[in-house]
Design a protein around this ligand. Structure first.
Ligand SMILES: Nc1nc2c(ncn2[C@@H]2O[C@H](COP(=O)(O)OP(=O)(O)OP(=O)(O)O)[C@@H](O)[C@H]2O)c(=O)[nH]1
Ligand SMILES: [Mg+2]
Length: 267
C-alpha cells in the first residue's frame, strides 16, 4: 500500500510552496516523501522533483505544434497524462516501494478539479494501484476576509470534493501574511447560523432562501472546516501533516502489526 497527497487549489494558493516546505520538514524529521510535479507549466522548483510530467510532455511543444494558448495547452498536457496512466505513470510508480509517501503538486487551473475528469481518473488510477490518497485543498487566507469570499472558497473546494471522491482536507494557506488573525480565525470553524446571518446582512433580501441553501449545503458536506497553515512554523506544518496522515491512515498499519503480536490478545 502506498500513500499520496494530491495538492490542489486555485492558482497561486501556495501549492508548490507547501510541497517544498513539506519536503523540508520531512527531511528534518527524518521522514521519506517524494514530490511529483504534475504542472506542465512549472519552471522553478524549490524541492527535489522525484517525477515530472514535463518528462512526458512539453507544454511549449504542445502550444507551438497545436497552436494552443497556455490554458488549452495545459489541458492538452493533462489529457495526455490521462492517456498515459497505464504505461508512463504505472512504470514510473513501480520505482517506489510499498510504503512510499508521494505528494503530487498539481496545476492551479480550477477546471481540473471542477469538471474536467482528468484528475478524477488520475485519482482512480492511484486507488487501483493500491494507494491511499487524500486531496489537500489549499485556499489563500488572504481571500478569507469576508463571508462571501468564504462561501465562494467553500464552493470551489466542494466541487473538487464531490468530483474526486477521496478524503479531503481543507487548508488555509499563507497564515503568516494575516495581520489580524481574529478575522480569519472566525472562518476556521464558523457556526452555520452565524454564516447565514452574515450572508443575509451582505446581500439583498431576495437572496435569503439561496443563502440558507448555500449554508446548509456547506454544512451538510462538513465543509466548514479549514486547517490554518503557517509555513514559518514547524508546529503548524506537523499539525497539518498529522491531519492528512490520519485521513489516509498513514502510520496505522505499523500499530496494527504491533497489536498482532500483543500477548494480551491471545485469549
Ligand atoms: N508569505 C507567504 N507567501 C506564500 C506562501 N505560500 C506561497 N506564497 C507565495 O505565493 C505565491 C504563489 O505560490 P505558489 O506556491 O507558486 O502557488 P501555487 O499554488 O503552486 O501556484 P500555481 O502553481 O501557479 O497554481 C508565490 O509568490 C509564493 O512565494 C506562504 O505560506 N506565505
Ligand atoms: Mg505551483
Amino acid at each position: 500500500m502506498g500513500y499520496a497527497q494530491l495538492v490542489i487549489g486555485p492558482a497561486g494558493s501556495g501549492k508548490s510552496t507547501y510541497c517544498s516546505k513539506l519536503h523540508e520538514h520531512c527531511t528534518t524529521v527524518g521522514r521519506n516523501i517524494h514530490i511529483i510535479n504534475l504542472d506542465p507549466a512549472a519552471e522553478n522548483f524549490d524541492y527535489p522533483v522525484a517525477l515530472d510530467i514535463r518528462e512526458l510532455v512539453s507544454l511549449d511543444d504542445v502550444m507551438e505544434e497545436l497552436g494552443l494558448g497556455p490554458n488549452g495547452g495545459l489541458l492538452y498536457c493533462m489529457e495526455h497524462l490521462e492517456d498515459n496512466l497505464d504505461d508512463w505513470l504505472t512504470e514510473e510508480l513501480d520505482n517506489y516501494l510499498d510504503d512510499d509517501y508521494l505528494v503530487f503538486d498539481c496545476p492551479g487551473q480550477i477546471e481540473l478539479f471542477s469538471h474536467v475528469p482528468v484528475l478524477k481518473n488520475f485519482v482512480d488510477h492511484l486507488k487501483r494501484k493500491n494507494f491511499s490518497i487524500c486531496a489537500v485543498y489549499l485556499l489563500d487566507s488572504q481571500f478569507m476576509t469576508d463571508v462571501t469570499k468564504f462561501i465562494s472558497g467553500c464552493m470551489s473546494s466542494l466541487s473538487a470534493m464531490v468530483q474526486l471522491e477521496v478524503p479531503h482536507v481543507n487548508i488555509l494557506s499563507k497564515m503568516d501574511l494575516v495581520a489580524k488573525k481574529k478575522d480569519v480565525e472566525d472562518f476556521l470553524n464558523p457556526e452555520p447560523q452565524v454564516l447565514l446571518s452574515e450572508l443575509n446582512q451582505r446581500m439583498a433580501p431576495q437572496f435569503a432562501k439561496l443563502n440558507k441553501s448555500l449554508v446548509e449545503l456547506v454544512d451538510n458536506y462538513g465543509m466548514v472546516s479549514f486547517v490554518p497553515l503557517n509555513l514559518r512554523k514547524a508546529t503548524s506544518i506537523s499539525y497539518v501533516l498529522a491531519q492528512i496522515d490520519t485521513c489516509i491512515q498513514y502510520g496505522e498499519d505499523a500499530d496494527v502489526k504491533i497489536k498482532d503480536f500483543d500477548p494480551e490478545d491471545e485469549d
